[in-house]
Design a protein around this ligand. Structure first.
Ligand code: NAP
Ligand code: G4F
Length: 351
């Protein structure tokens, strides 16, 4: 595997951290693009900088932004990647209604800035760069058929979904126009203990753990009848890598091929600690979206057949894994609170 150099945008996010781990394990020289923030936000990747066996540097970070085309060109010429994984986005669907322009600028135009930087880089250096684009099942939105597959028409229901549709077609267009090895992974929802705390699964598992340890007494949610096809993020980043190992670039749905409601997730997560969610959950309309995606159910048979991809973690095991990890975190939080070192954040209504 010597000579393979990966560049990951969005490396500080959930998927970026799992993908960086995978690529380091595979012997890649791994680089990531990070935005400057007023506080350090690299907690998901802090364990990856050095090889624990010999102290060698195995991950390098570069300041840049999908909004800043110059920074992308500079980083490409410094890093000279053979594979690029474009995971950067304002990825929260409800927030995209509050910040549609930022969401479109990063999740839509940002992809185009990156594509242009890659095209220029290939022309000037004569080196092939393979590109993965983090496309989303959110593009199916108000679904035209069930299950959703690669040929299902898009009908996005949020500024986020609209931005992702733009990026999807930009990738296809650069593939067809310039022969770029650029692939879209149309990934259905994937979660983990590293999932952002304001996405519904993590919001639930964190609340379950905090309620169990007396740190919180209510959980406020929006539409709990929505259905999603949820898998484990660690399995899904493997599919990203597989796409870039193919001779020909293509587009693939990645999903578990099963759907569950938020209500079912609640039953399992609260049930895991012996609690009944009905006693703790309250509906707060401020978590409703102006337009909702009611049902997502993927058909990932193309990825399974052509890439040989198979998920390893079931829905049930995913819920259990997330609750267990958040229970450990709640124990630490409780100990700090008991020692008077951490102010209790009752009910976390802001999330
Ligand atoms: P995430 O945890 O929200 O991570 C998003 C990443 O994008 C973070 O590293 C963030 O950096 C970075 N970012 C945001 N704006 C940026 C900008 N202007 N310039 C550079 N970086 C920027 O998302 P995720 O769950 O890992 O998802 C990864 C990608 O897959 C996203 O594009 C998402 O839309 C897409 N996707 C996710 C799912 C899913 O279920 N998780 C499904 C389908 C598609 P900061 O840390 O600085 O904020
Ligand atoms: O966890 P969510 O915010 O994920 P959503 O909107 O499906 O988007 C995620 O998956 C997409 C792939 O399909 C990604 F592209 C995207 O980046 C992101 O990772 O919400 C899931 C469902 C929605 O129907 C929402 O209305 O849960 C419902 N929900 C109910 N109460 C809630 C809440 N969602 C959030 N975030 N917070 C709530 O309190």
């Amino acid at each position: 595997m010597a000579g393979k150099v990966a560049l990951i945008t969005g490396i500080t996010g959930q998927d970026g951290s799992y993908l960086a781990e995978l690529l380091i394990d595979k012997g890649y020289d791994v680089h990531g693009i990070v935005r400057r923030a007023s506080t350090i936000n690299t907690s998901r990747i802090d364990h990856l900088y050095e090889d624990p066996h010999n102290g060698d540097v195995q991950l390098r970070l570069h300041y840049g932004d999908l909004g800043d085309a110059n920074s992308l060109r500079r980083i490409l010429s410094e890093v000279q990647p053979t594979e690029i994984y474009n995971l950067a986005a304002q990825s929260h669907v409800r927030v995209s209604f509050d910040m549609p322009l930022e969401t479109a600028d990063v999740g839509g135009m940002g992809t185009l800035r990156l594509l242009e930087a890659v095209r220029e880089y290939q022309v000037t250096t004569g080196t092939e760069v393979r590109l993965y684009q983090a496309s989303s099942s959110e593009m199916f939105g108000k679904v035209h058929e069930t299950p959703q597959r690669e040929t299902t028409p898009f009908h996005p229901r949020s500024p986020y979904g609209v931005a992702k549709v733009f990026s999807y077609w930009a990738i296809v267009n650069y593939r067809e126009s310039y022969g770029l090895h650029a692939s879209n992974g149309i990934l259905f929802n994937h979660e983990s203990p590293r999932r952002g705390e304001t996405f519904v699964t993590r919001k639930i598992t964190q609340a379950v753990a905090r309620i169990k340890h007396g740190l919180q007494d209510k959980l406020y949610l929006g539409n709990i009848d929505a259905k999603r096809d949820w898998g484990f993020a660690g399995d899904y980043v493997y599919a990203m890598w597989l796409m870039l190992q193919q001779d020909t670039a293509d587009d693939y749905v990645v999903a578990m091929n099963e759907t569950h409601s938020v209500r079912e997730f609640l039953e399992l997560a609260f049930g895991h600690v012996g609690l009944d969610y009905n006693e703790y959950v309250e509906i707060d309309p401020r978590y409703y979206r102006p337009a909702e995606v009611d049902l997502l159910l993927g058909d990932s048979s193309k990825a399974r057949k052509q890439l040989g991809w198979e998920p390893q973690v079931s829905f049930h095991d995913l819920v259990q894994m997330m609750v267990e990890t958040d229970l450990e975190q709640a124990v630490r939080e409780k100990a700090l609170e008991d020692a008077g070192l951490s102010p209790s954040i009752t009910n976390r209504k802001a999330a």
